[in-house]
Design a protein around this ligand. Structure first.
Ligand SMILES: Cc1cc2nc3c(=O)[nH]c(=O)nc-3n(C[C@H](O)[C@H](O)[C@H](O)COP(=O)(O)O)c2cc1C
Length: 161
């Protein structure tokens, strides 16, 4: 199949058959302002050493911040975070103003009431087509005991039945 025959829209729809959780990745801009981005590409990678990854669109306005940052914090969202998830997925809407946050030892804030939080040191960036794969070395993590995860499936938010 040549590149011109490849149906990108159908490809996206097929990828959407894989349900995922939703996370927000926070980091500090070079001038120290905290920002956040909604992602569903979060994946565990390694237990020893503890590594996780997420993928970042190279066209994102937030690309320079995340790819030059020494640290980022990943908050796993619950069903109560749907509005926050939509807010931080809007193009150009990077500010955490109005969002309930908790401080972390590493620096970038975590979202209050996240199901789990992973404080990561930047471990590596890998080029991957129109995205970059960002690997984080988990320095600290916290897990809440209760809470239903926010789910993303076929372009819509949902919850586990
Ligand atoms: C549920 C959901 C998951 C997303 N996952 C990713 C992702 O894994 N990586 C990514 O770069 N963008 C992802 N996006 C898009 C970004 O949140 C955001 O819309 C995009 O970066 C455009 O904003 P910007 O150019 O201002 O950064 C996702 C959006 C939604 C709604």
């Amino acid at each position: 199949m040549s590149a011109s025959e490849f149906d990108t829209r159908a490809f996206r729809q097929a990828l959407g058959c894989f349900p995922t959780g939703v996370a927000v990745v926070t980091a500090h801009t070079p001038n120290g302002r905290p920002i956040g981005l909604t992602v569903n590409s979060f994946t565990s990678v390694s237990l020893d050493p503890p590594l996780v990854l997420w993928c970042l669109d190279k066209r994102s306005e937030r690309y320079p911040t995340y790819t030059t940052s020494d640290a980022f914090v990943i908050s796993i969202l619950g069903t109560a975070h749907e509005e926050v998830s939509s807010q931080l997925a809007r193009p150009g809407a990077h500010s955490l103003d109005g969002i309930s946050l908790l401080p972390t030892e590493l620096g970038p804030p975590a979202l209050a009431d996240a199901l789990a939080v992973f404080e990561c040191a930047a471990h590596g960036i890998h080029d991957a087509g129109d995205h970059a794969i960002l690997i984080g070395h988990v320095l600290r993590f916290a897990r809440r005991q209760a809470g239903a995860p926010l789910v993303f499936y076929q372009g819509r938010y949902g919850a586990l039945a």
